[in-house]
Design a protein around this ligand. Structure first.
Ligand code: SAH
Length: 362
């Protein structure tokens, strides 16, 4: 890359660089091209960011790297494991003293890691703890890569899937998110399939279009949470910018372009959006689409935040009961819209978006 004249900058984070950029960076230090391959495999294949540990790289090269570059940027501040040990939540601190959360979920043979994409969020969803302090900044590609790598290390397992469903709105930090995905799926490094990555959005329509054209293998999840604009506006202010019909249409087009089945997330809030009429309205909206609805009973840890933040939303209080969720699912299913009820993993460790961070960040 011609714009890359960072060879003498101490702060070049190697996890921010594409393979081509790393090759150029190393060439600037007089290294031959195979060094980039070696380094990329350390960084992503082995998840090793410490130059001292890279013992097959000559000491002189490592010394030069230590002076000009880094491959760190997050520290583990706290970790919590759920009682059944299936879910671990990691609180990471950043260089500039912010905190973000990463959740590592262990399933039999498909471990999954849920990463944050921003420090905070500006979307303001009423039930979500992530937005309570607003947006501080977007995360850099290196920070997202380190969330995966450091949480894998802490969990003692590798992730097969990455979901961008933690703190922040990934499509509000598109360029950095794209770079992270490109780096992490580069076949010189980890060589993870882009099909193993899912991005969740509150429905930023231009971003959904960009995702379809620029990262077509990445799976899309859309946080819908209500079947019409009036109801959705009460809990998701972003609805003023992009209405339900427009979001659903962008999701339909995403499928036309990518042939990847999207997921709609629907948080069931007791007495608010969980009636049979709501289910029928949602079914009519999504009928004929190749999609899956994920029903998630509200994690009420977020409600305590919501109530403090918004006294007008007295109807947004707690998750729907199991029977209501099943009835909702059955109404969708009967109308040809496949739906599952997501088991809420890790509610005992404040695993819902942004709940743990609030104890640290101010
Ligand atoms: N900004 C993106 C991704 C982060 S939120 C998005 O909106 O999709 C990830 C998911 O968790 C979203 O579906 C969000 O609506 C949901 N969520 C947030 N707080 C929640 C809570 N307290 N209970 C249940 N789901 C919650």
């Amino acid at each position: 890359m011609s714009a890359l004249n960072t060879a003498n900058t101490k702060n070049t984070n190697l996890y921010d660089l594409s393979f081509e950029e790393l090759t150029a960076f190393l060439a600037g230090q007089g290294e031959r091209p195979f060094r980039a391959r070696q380094l990329y495999s350390w960084l992503y294949g082995k998840g090793e960011g410490s130059f001292a540990a890279m013992t097959d790289i000559p000491a002189a090269s490592r010394a030069r790297l230590s002076e000009t570059a880094r491959a760190d940027g997050l520290f583990l501040a706290e970790s919590l494991a759920s009682a059944d040990d299936s879910t671990a939540k990691y609180l990471f601190g950043t260089d500039d003293s912010h905190y973000i959360e990463t959740v590592f979920m262990k399933y039999k043979d498909r471990n999954s890691v849920c990463i944050s994409t921003q420090v905070g969020c500006r979307m303001g969803c009423k039930f979500c703890a992530s937005g309570r302090l607003g947006l501080k900044r977007g995360l850099a590609p290196a920070e997202m890569a380190l969330e995966v790598i450091l949480s894998e290390k802490a969990a003692g397992a590798l992730a097969k899937n990455i979901v961008l469903m933690g703190i922040g709105e990934p499509l509000d930090n598109f360029d950095a998110v794209k770079k992270f995905i490109e780096n992490f799926t580069d076949d010189h490094g980890r060589d993870l399939s882009r099909r193993a990555i899912t991005l969740s959005t509150c429905g930023l329509v231009p971003g959904i279009r960009r995702l379809a054209s620029e990262l077509p293998q990445v799976n899309l999840a859309v946080s819908l949470h209500a079947p019409n604009d009036a109801l959705r506006r009460e809990i998701m202010p972003v609805t003023k910018r992009y209405g339900v019909a427009e979001i659903v249409e962008a999701t339909r087009q995403h499928y036309e372009t990518t042939h990847r089945r999207s997921t709609f997330e629907y948080t069931l809030i007791d007495g608010f959006n969980d009636s049979p009429a709501h289910a029928r309205e949602l079914a009519a909206l999504l009928r004929g689409m190749n999609c899956l609805v994920n029903l998630i009973p509200l994690n009420s840890g977020g409600y305590r935040g919501a109530r403090e933040q918004s006294s007008t939303n007295s109807s947004v209080h707690r998750g729907s009961g199991a029977e209501t969720a099943q009835r909702f699912r059955d109404i969708l299913g009967d109308r040809g819209v496949p739906a599952t009820i997501r088991k809420s993993l890790g509610s005992d460790i404040e695993a819902a978006c942004g709940q743990l961070r609030l104890r640290y960040e101010s």
